[in-house]
Write a protein that binds this ligand. Sequence first.
Ligand SMILES: Cc1cc2nc3c(=O)[nH]c(=O)nc-3n(C[C@H](O)[C@H](O)[C@H](O)COP(=O)(O)OP(=O)(O)OC[C@H]3O[C@@H](n4cnc5c(N)ncnc54)[C@H](O)[C@@H]3O)c2cc1C
Ligand code: FES
Length: 253
Amino acid sequence: MMRRDCTITESREISGGIYLMSFEAGDIAREAAPGSFVHIKCGEGCLLRRPISIADAKGDGMTIVFEARGAGTRELARRRPGATADVLGPLGRGFGSVGGGTIAVGGGMGVPPLLFAARRAAPGSVTALLGFRDAGRVILEREFRERCRDVHIMTEDGSEGGRGTVEAPLREYMERGGISLIISCGPRPMLAAVARIAAQYGTPCRVSLEERMACGVGACLGCACETTDGDGRREMRRVCRDGPVFDSREVTW
Ligand SMILES: Cc1cc2nc3c(=O)[nH]c(=O)nc-3n(C[C@H](O)[C@H](O)[C@H](O)COP(=O)(O)OP(=O)(O)OC[C@H]3O[C@@H](n4cnc5c(N)ncnc54)[C@H](O)[C@@H]3O)c2cc1C
Ligand code: FES
C-alpha cells in the first residue's frame, strides 16, 4: 500500500453524474488487483478519504468510475486533467483468480471492479450479467462486450435489455450449467440474492461488500461487518482490510 499524489490524465462524464477518471498512479497501478480499491482525499472540507474501486490498471495507468453523490465525490469530479489527487492504495483483498466458467454479476455502481476482473481474465472467458435502474444508468456496456463471452443487461423498468433484476437470468445461467464461480458487486439486497442462488447450486461465490470507511487500512474498525466462520462462529471483520471481497458463505446476510 502506498500514498501518492497522482496526476489526473483523463476525466469525463460517461453518464449523468457518473465519471471515468484516469491517473498516472505508478506503483499503485502496478500492484492493483481486481476488487482492490483506492482511498482518495477529496478536497480540504472532507476529512475522510473516499473509497473507490479500481476499474482498470495497466502499466502506470489506473482508472476509476464513480458517481458524484456527496461533497467528496462532487469535488473530485470537478478536477481536470493535469491536476493531482492524493491517493492511498491499492487496498483490500480482491476477487482472486478468475477464469473460464466465471459469471460476473454487477449492479449499478458495483460494475466497475467486475470490468477490471474481466479485463484480467482471458478474453471471452467471463460472462457478465449487469443490472441497472434504467437505460440512462447503464455504464461500461461496450467495455464489457469487448472482453466478455456474453453480456446480459437487465434494467428495472425494461428500458434496456431484460426487465427486472439479475436474479431470474442468473438462475437461467445456473440451470444451463458450466458456471464454476460467481463474482459479484452491487447493492446489498442484490448480493444477498446472488449468495442465496450460489448456495442453492453449490457454486463458489465471492462478493464485494461496501461499508462507510474512515481509515481504510484496518486501524479504526469503522467498517466492521459480521461474518460467520466454517464452524458457525460469528466474528466481526474489517471490510477495508479483510475484504472488501468475501466468500458469500462467510457473510451474515
Ligand atoms: C470498497 C468500496 C468501493 C467503492 N467503489 C465505488 C466505485 O467504484 N464507484 C462509486 O461510485 N462508489 C464506490 N463506492 C462508494 C463511495 O465510496 C461513496 O459513494 C463515497 O464515499 C461517497 O462520498 P461523498 O463524499 O460523495 O458522499 P457523502 O457526502 O459522504 O455521502 C453521500 C451519500 O453516499 C453514501 N455513502 C457514503 N459513503 C458510502 C460508502 N462507503 N458506501 C456506500 N454509500 C456511501 C452516504 O450515506 C450518502 O447517502 C465504494 C465504496 C467502498 C466501501
Ligand atoms: S475503515 Fe478503518 S478499519 Fe476499516
